[in-house]
Write a protein that binds this ligand. Structure first.
Ligand SMILES: Cc1cc2nc3c(=O)[nH]c(=O)nc-3n(C[C@H](O)[C@H](O)[C@H](O)COP(=O)(O)OP(=O)(O)OC[C@H]3O[C@@H](n4cnc5c(N)ncnc54)[C@H](O)[C@@H]3O)c2cc1C
Length: 372
């Protein structure tokens, strides 16, 4: 019997599994195993809303209906020459591998870094929520005014005082000038104080110390800056980009029997741009990688990765949201209308559960991404 192994139970891994199952159809000799340590898919784009339990979907309700096995384990070794992985001490052979182990926030090496909070994982979010619960009028310092920093800062602003620290001289340096006036107006409306052109130097029980020597008394310091691909990439021969992502071809193949999808893979979104670490890209990449891993094994034609045009939707807490279109991020919707779109997207990224037909149908939908 042939075996497809998928590493990772995030958006990319789950949709790889469903797409591979779709291509398998009634083929009895193809086994599909998804290896991931958690029992849930964590909907990371919901984490800034500080509802960790509402951000989980049990993997078994997605995988079992489409006959994909879930091995609850963490992969520690990948041997591409021997076509084997090692997960929690067990050696498992594969015929095709889909690497979808995602990304993680990198913590800075500064004094007190272990006291930093984050919204990168469900556990991190639960820890922050527990810290702030019952502390009316709390002060939180949010470090990094990128996508995640802006979403968590504006969310927290309706419950307490927020200071947003950004090393660059502008808000949302990676978002570009397009949506910046809308974001700045939202921060002003919500009373979020900003400290631009400086970074975090240290954290202690009292709060944050900035590089310019300023001390900010705070109940929590939330770190959001810098996300890197899983270190498992170092075990796969191939080129990597500055985010540690494996370079893949138009079929999302790294080389030989190995495909990669989601935050771990640097694919071209179009001839001039690479994908972003977003589920807007992770979902369709997962579908293409899973499809291709199964198609390759069964001698069927492979599918090109061709995502929908790039768009974003940034949550701005009680000030609504902002949506943009294109790589220049031209503003399309703001305020309540954009917020409605954000809520719709956050709902749409929940995979169907318990219904094999619907899961397989969705796995065959192209594009079908979400927007960040
Ligand atoms: C706060 C926040 C807000 C976001 N908001 C948006 C948004 O609005 N829109 C948007 O498009 N994107 C957003 N993103 C980004 C989006 O969540 C990610 O791009 C997406 O989750 C990537 O999916 P993935 O499957 O590639 O990886 P991940 O979600 O990182 O999943 C990786 C999976 O691999 C597993 N894994 C890791 N290591 C191993 C191992 N060694 N062995 C086995 N399994 C392993 C993990 O347990 C996990 O199941 C946000 C992210 C965060 C943190």
């Amino acid at each position: 019997m042939s075996h497809i192994v998928i590493i990772g139970g995030g958006f990319a891994g789950v949709w790889s599994a469903a797409a591979a199952a779709r291509v398998r159809g009634d083929e009895k000799d193809l086994r599909i195993t998804l290896v991931a340590p958690d029992e849930d898919l964590v909907l990371r784009p919901l984490l800034h809303r500080l509802d960790p339990d509402g951000s989980r979907v049990p993997l078994k309700r997605i995988l079992a209906p489409v006959d994909v096995e879930h091995l609850r384990a963490a992969v520690t070794r990948i041997d591409t020459a021997g076509r084997r992985i090692v997960a929690d001490g067990r050696s498992i052979g594969y015929d095709r591998l889909v690497l979808a182990a995602g990304s993680r926030l990198t913590r800075p090496g500064l004094p007190g870094a272990e006291q930093l909070f984050d919204v990168d994982t469900a556990e991190g979010t639960a820890r922050l929520e527990a810290r702030l619960r019952g502390r009316d009028g709390f002060t939180a310092v949010v470090v990094g005014a990128g996508f995640t920093g802006l979403e968590v800062a504006t969310e927290l602003a309706s419950r307490g005082n927020v200071v947003l620290v950004e090393r660059s001289d502008v808000i949302g340096p990676d978002l570009g000038p397009g949506p910046r006036p809308v974001i700045e107006a939202a921060l002003a409306e919500l009373g979020v104080r900003t400290r631009l052109g400086t970074s975090l130097a240290a954290v202690d029980g009292e709060g944050a110390v900035l590089a310019d020597g300023t001390r900010i008394a705070a109940d929590a310091v939330v770190w959001t800056a810098g996300v890197l691909a899983s270190p498992l990439t170092s075990q796969i021969p191939g080129d990597r980009d500055r985010l540690g992502r494996l370079v893949v071809d138009r079929w999302l193949r790294v080389s030989g029997d190995v495909f990669a999808a989601g935050d771990i893979a640097a694919a071209h979104a179009d001839p001039d741009h690479h994908v972003l670490q977003s589920c807007q890209h992770a979902i369709p990449m997962g579908k293409v990688a899973g499809h291709n891993a199964a198609a390759d094994l069964l001698g069927l034609p492979l599918m090109d990765f061709a995502p929908d045009p790039y768009v974003t939707c940034l949550d701005l807490g009680a000030a609504g949201a902002v949506t943009t279109a294109g790589w220049e991020r031209e503003v399309r919707l703001t305020g309540a209308e954009a917020k409605e779109r954000k809520d719709m997207i956050l709902n749409a990224i929940r995979p169907p559960v318990d219904d094999a037909e619907e899961i397989l149908r969705k796995a065959g939908e192209r594009g079908a991404g979400t927007r960040r």
